[in-house]
Write a protein that binds this ligand. Structure first.
Ligand code: C2E
Ligand code: MG
Ligand code: MG
Ligand code: MG
Length: 292
């Protein structure tokens, strides 16, 4: 039966691929105007200090509210935007929106908060990137050191010498730099030492099963020790259980982020979470770093 339908299957397959290409062309065109159509949105995920239990800051994560398809995840549209160049406009919008968001949080009384913004390697290589960051920092008046730019390990490692130069220019504004998804790329430790980094983010894939897979447990511990020996702060992403938090605290990890504390939420929910959390921290004498 399969054989006799082989020809049809093949045609079906071609038609399918054809349709998918057409669909992705449509998506591409829609993505090009998504910013001007106000279709980009930000959600925020708190980052919790593992010693004090206080919220240190939040990472901004972009979403695309598509007119017919609803919310589209960045995992789907960021790679597309990077291929078409739409990432430049999206990235600028994200940066500006984040500086204004942080200004509001500081005005709401959460002056210690930082905001972490994901930066695509394409953005990093734009000649006016430093000026763009500087512009929004100055226009909003936020303290530059409260803006954390997250750059993926693979982005940095593509061209190490150039990356070091670009990142040093960025550091001159006074922003903080974090290396995202650490452990997934192929960074050499000697390069890491040369990078003007402030923070390492341990990739979720190691955190996910570090208690079940002793190798990953060892890797997580090693990344934390390495980070500290280079004078960097270390943050674990994707923490989901109290046991993971306990292990990270034993390894003296500095900060954690993950569903155990809060999923990425809109600004209103974030502010509510912040108020609740600061009440809790005030009312507890023994901080466990765990949500209560
Ligand atoms: P990322 O920067 O590594 O962000 C962490 C991702 O892990 C987020 O997915 C977040 O929702 C998810 N996550 C956080 N905690 C947990 C947890 O406890 N369990 C699980 N299973 N997942 C958790 P999201 O929002 O889908 O973002 C995916 C990626 O898209 C980000 O990875 C980042 O690389 C990229 N991205 C997001 N926003 C932007 C942006 O504004 N610009 C750029 N260039 N990339 C962005
Ligand atoms: Mg990130
Ligand atoms: Mg990450
Ligand atoms: Mg990751």
């Amino acid at each position: 039966l399969a054989k006799s339908q082989g020809g049809n299957n093949y045609q079906f397959y071609v038609a399918n691929v054809d349709q998918r290409i057409r669909e992705s062309k449509v998506l591409e065109r829609q993505l090009a105007t998504a910013v001007e159509q106000n279709q980009m949105e930000l959600v925020f995920q708190p980052q919790v200090n593992l010693v004090s239990g206080e919220v240190r800051g939040a990472e901004a994560l972009v979403r695309w509210r598509h007119p017919d398809r609803g919310l589209i995840s960045p995992a789907e549209f960021i790679p597309l935007a990077e291929r078409t160049g739409a990432i430049v406009g999206i990235g600028e919008w994200v940066l500006k929106a984040c500086c204004y968001a942080l200004k509001r949080w500081h005005e709401a009384g959460f002056q210690h908060l930082t905001i972490s913004v994901n930066v695509s390697p394409i953005q990093l290589h734009q000649s006016d990137m430093v000026a763009t960051v500087k512009r929004w920092v100055e226009e909003t008046g936020i303290p530059a050191q409260h803006l954390v730019l997250e750059i993926t390990e693979t982005a940095v490692m593509d061209n190490v010498d150039l990356a070091i130069k670009l990142l040093k220019n960025m550091k001159e504004i006074g922003v903080q730099l974090a290396i995202d998804d650490f452990g997934t790329g192929y960074s050499s430790l000697s390069y890491l030492k040369k990078m003007p980094m402030d923070e390492i983010k341990i990739d979720r894939s190691f955190v996910l099963d570090m208690l079940e897979d002793p190798d990953n447990g060892t890797i997580v511990d090693a990344i934390i020790q390495l980070g500290h020996s280079l004078g960097l702060s270390v943050i674990a992403e994707g923490t989901e259980t109290p046991e993971q938090i306990k292990y990270l605290q034993e390894c003296e990890c500095d900060v954690a982020q993950g569903f155990i504390y809060c999923k990425p939420v809109n600004e209103e929910s974030l502010l509510r979470f912040l108020s609740q959390q600061s009440e809790k921290v005030k009312s507890t004498t023994h901080h466990s770093g765990l949500p209560h």
